[in-house]
Design a protein around this ligand. Structure first.
Ligand code: ADP
Ligand code: MG
Length: 336
């Protein structure tokens, strides 16, 4: 049906993202609850209309692993995208609330994301481009779905022009300027899975203290955690605060340069680290099933030529196990 801004009643603010915000709204004529994403776009009317046309592809994206789409409209100077509301929110919020996520649940996340990515690519030739825990959503039925994929080339360009496209989930080849491929999404999935299983972002090498992560995130970018501007460095030159608890000597022995006694690391240093240092892993060794470790390692192969596609990764042992697992995500989701 035809969506109009006047028919949407704001119920709750769900979060702020890159150049926009998301609200829980009610479509009053029908009583439908939706999530409304407001994206501020500094572009000509013709470009806005083009974006709106491109967003209509989302009407054809029908998969149980993809957030469904109610419609999009212009509300000057914004573009509003209305989508399925997921009442348990995104996985970053969930792990920050409940702590590290059980590896069997993480296996279901991996399965859902790979199915979603494979659907988007095989059926629509869409590459997601922004896989990260905040774009993986969960509801109280225990369903896991991905959102915020790159359907609209014009929208991607407009956002890149005004703000960013670079995030700390970005693959080494992307950091070095290579084209996006489905394999870049696989890297981002690998980083996200480690983050969920450890309950912290893998490049902040602290093991226990949760406050380190919030420090890390709040200093990472003034506008948006996990995302930075490369189109001209942001004026505030954000620094990443690393864990405070260890003395500097420990850094060398661990081979990780991110940890230290209150040391900070710039965004560029982090990106350099991703490019030059060994990829993060599910650690400590032996804590997680070997099939999970191997899966994550295969997502985080630094050479995209040897990294598998989402479709090939669906054949991994760990994913096969996830497929036949009897884990009840509805019960899991009822615990928070
Ligand atoms: P980001 O993904 O970078 O956090 P967004 O603007 O895309 O920024 O989203 C902001 C927050 O809104 C997300 O972190 C997520 O928790 C929440 N959100 C987004 N879409 C939905 C949705 N469809 N249902 C419920 N919550 C959502
Ligand atoms: Mg998002």
């Amino acid at each position: 049906f035809d969506l109009r801004n006047e028919d949407l009643k704001d119920l709750q603010e769900l979060g702020q993202g890159n150049g926009g915000s998301v609200k829980k709204v009610e479509h009053t004529p029908t009583g439908t609850i939706m999530a409304k994403k407001i994206v501020l776009i500094d572009a000509k009317p013709s470009v806005r209309k083009q974006i709106l046309r491109e967003l209509q592809i989302m009407h054809d994206c029908n998969s149980k692993y993809i957030i469904s789409f109610w419609g999009a409209f212009l509300a000057d100077p914004n573009i509003c995208i209305c989508m399925e509301f997921m009442d348990k929110g995104s996985l970053d919020g969930i792990y920050k609330k409940i702590g590290p996520i059980d590896i069997d649940v993480v296996g279901q996340v991996a399965l859902a994301v790979l199915e979603g990515l494979t659907y988007l690519y095989d059926v629509h030739r869409i590459i997601h481009r922004d896989i990260k825990p905040s774009n993986i959503l969960c509801n109280s039925r225990g369903e896991i779905k991905i959102c915020d994929f790159g359907v609209s080339g014009e929208l991607i360009n407009s956002i890149a022009d005004t703000f960013v496209g670079t995030s700390t989930y970005m693959s080494p080849e992307r950091i070095q300027g290579a084209q996006y491929t489905v394999k870049s999404d696989v890297w981002s999935l690998g980083i996200s899975l480690i983050e969920l299983a450890l309950g912290r972002f893998p490049f902040s090498e602290s093991s226990s203290d949760d406050s380190d992560l919030s420090d890390f995130e709040s200093t990472l970018s003034p506008a948006r955690p996990g995302s930075i501007s490369l189109n001209g460095l942001p004026p505030s030159r954000p620094r990443i605060k690393t864990a405070k608890k260890d003395k500097k000597d420990k850094r060398k022995s661990k081979g990780v340069s991110l940890q230290g006694g209150g040391m900070t690391m710039s965004i560029l240093e982090l990106l350099q680290h991703i490019v030059n240092e060994p990829a993060p892993r599910l650690t400590p060794e032996g804590r997680f099933p070997r099939e999970a470790e191997e899966f994550v390692d295969s997502c985080l192969l630094k050479d995209p030529d040897v990294r598998k596609t989402p479709k090939d990764l669906l054949k991994s042992i760990w994913i096969e196990q996830a497929r036949v697992s009897h884990i009840d995500l509805e019960t899991w989701a009822s615990t928070f």
